[in-house]
Design a protein around this ligand. Structure first.
Ligand SMILES: Cc1cc2nc3c(=O)[nH]c(=O)nc-3n(C[C@H](O)[C@H](O)[C@H](O)COP(=O)(O)OP(=O)(O)OC[C@H]3O[C@@H](n4cnc5c(N)ncnc54)[C@H](O)[C@@H]3O)c2cc1C
Length: 437
């Protein structure tokens, strides 16, 4: 067998790096269909990376889009596996299927009151400000002066920045229009980040923490028992850098502070208070010492981690929230499921930056190529399936995505913004135009 057809499900970094590895190998002729549930590609590069980090999104223009221009790669946007096409239909039509569907759920805090209006996951908030069509209707309440974020990872820092960045700066980004308007009217003045453990264990990375040094008009306060001079700790190099940055943040003076970010380490949420709406969060020291305290707030965002969602027809590890796999080969209890693979966050959990998915995809594609060399892949035909699908619904081709991209950039240039995102599926499909792939 010298050629095969692969379906890659999900067009985030993991799916795109999988395509790169497939294109770079020379042993087989390969045809690739990329299936994406949204009309737009790039996963969290478009819908996760913060609007004030445009440089992190350049990878889509500088690398990923070139894979979709290759004659042996086809993009099918607006196609969801699990509803528009089943897993069984897919495997019946392709030699191999690689799932790169990311992590679409979030970890719960599992405390009373968590479901009250005003309590959200950071995932929902991020999707909302980035214009993800699923989140465009969410209504966040910014009328109270204080917001609490549970967690101190990079996502928590993104969210804290979005709540405190001067509106003039936000208005130069590709933030969703509805979010820009809502944040312009925000009355949030203080954002408290709750860290269960100490500052030496915080999950944020130093470059993301350092950005807070340059936040205009935002005072930063650090409440931590373990904030000591880096050289006096036996901590590793990364931790010492973060400690040094925290000390600089604490020493930094803002002439006329307009907003404030407070890091409150060693504190855990115990319950969320409020009858019909969040009015506060009860916290206590994580070691159980001291008494309960209540932080009044009108907005609570939990940034304690994304979580993979089970896909019908695939074995799922409920404990870890990933599709069961070994090195990217999907594993049933009886052994590997031939021709079915995973990569990215649905394979290894929601960890790592965009670039981490390259190595991850290399391992998965390596397994696929090994199976192909061993003659383990079957030889079906995908075209009937996709032609049938195109008759049932509008499928967005790469050209369709280019139409959307152009329309968004044109709308943005009038306001000196990188783009104004279209967030409504109907609007996106109308911009995409022709349904033919
Ligand atoms: C808030 C946030 C900010 C981040 N910021 C940065 C940053 O600044 N820099 C950095 O390097 N990394 C950043 N990351 C990490 C980076 O985004 C991830 O490492 C990366 O996106 C994971 O890639 P993935 O392809 O596994 O998942 P995703 O990027 O989530 O892609 C999954 C894709 O699959 C599609 N999909 C899902 N289900 C289906 C289905 N059933 N059928 C078809 N398609 C489906 C989704 O629509 C999506 O397009 C950030 C992450 C988050 C959450």
């Amino acid at each position: 067998m010298n050629s095969f057809k692969v379906a890659v499900v999900g067009s985030g970094p993991a799916g795109m790096y999988a395509i790169q590895h497939l294109l770079e190998q020379t042993r087989f002729d390969v045809e690739i269909d990329l299936l994406e549930r949204l009309p737009t590609p790039w996963g969290l590069v478009r819908a996760g990376v913060a609007p004030d980090h445009p440089e992190k999104k350049l990878i889509a223009d500088r690398l990923f889009q070139f894979f979709l221009k290759r004659s042996n790669v086809r993009f099918f946007g607006n196609v969801e596996i699990g509803s528009d096409i089943s897993h069984d239909e897919l495997t019946a039509c392709y030699d191999a299927v690689i799932y790169a569907v990311g992590a679409s759920d979030d970890k719960p805090m599992a405390i009373p009151g968590e479901q009250l209006p005003g309590s959200w996951s950071a995932r929902q908030f991020v999707a909302w400000y980035n214009g993800h069509p699923d989140a465009r209707h969410l209504q966040f309440d910014f009328s109270s002066p204080r917001a609490v974020i549970v967690g101190t990872g990079n996502v928590a820092l993104d969210v804290a920045r979005m709540l405190t960045l001067p509106v003039g700066q936000l208005a130069r980004t590709d933030i969703a229009e509805h979010a820009l308007q809502a944040l312009q009217a925000s009355r949030v003045k203080e954002v408290i980040l709750l860290g269960r453990r100490g500052c030496q264990q915080a999950a944020f990375h130093n470059p993301e923490l350092e950005e807070l040094l340059y936040l205009d008009g935002v005072d930063i306060q650090i409440e931590a028992d373990d904030l000591s001079a880096p050289e006096r700790t036996g901590a590793d190099w990364d931790t010492r850098r973060k400690l040094a940055t925290l000390i600089r943040l604490q020493a930094r003076r803002v002439a006329t502070p307009v907003k404030r970010i407070v890091f409150k380490f060693h504190h855990s949420p115990v319950s969320v208070s409020g009858d019909t709406q969040v009015t506060g969060v009860q916290v206590r020291k994580s070691d159980g010492s001291g008494s309960l305290g209540t932080i009044q707030c009108g907005l609570l965002l939990r940034a304690i981690g994304y979580r993979g969602r089970a896909l019908a027809g695939l074995p799922f590890d409920v404990q870890t929230g990933v599709v069961s796999n070994i090195a990217g080969r999907v594993m049933d209890s009886s052994g590997p499921r031939t021709g079915v693979y995973v990569t990215g966050w649905i394979k290894r959990g929601p960890r790592g930056v965009i670039g981490s998915n390259k190595q991850c995809a290399a391992e998965t594609v390596g397994c696929l190529l090994e199976d192909a060399r061993a003659g383990k892949l079957s030889r079906p035909n995908a075209d009937a399936l996709l032609q049938g699908l195109a008759r049932r619904r509008q499928v967005v081709s790469f050209r369709g995505w280019q139409h959307i991209d152009r329309a968004e950039r044109q709308a943005g240039s009038a306001q000196r913004r990188p783009r104004i995102k279209q967030t409504d599926i109907g609007e996106l499909l109308a911009s995409a135009g022709s349904p033919k792939p």
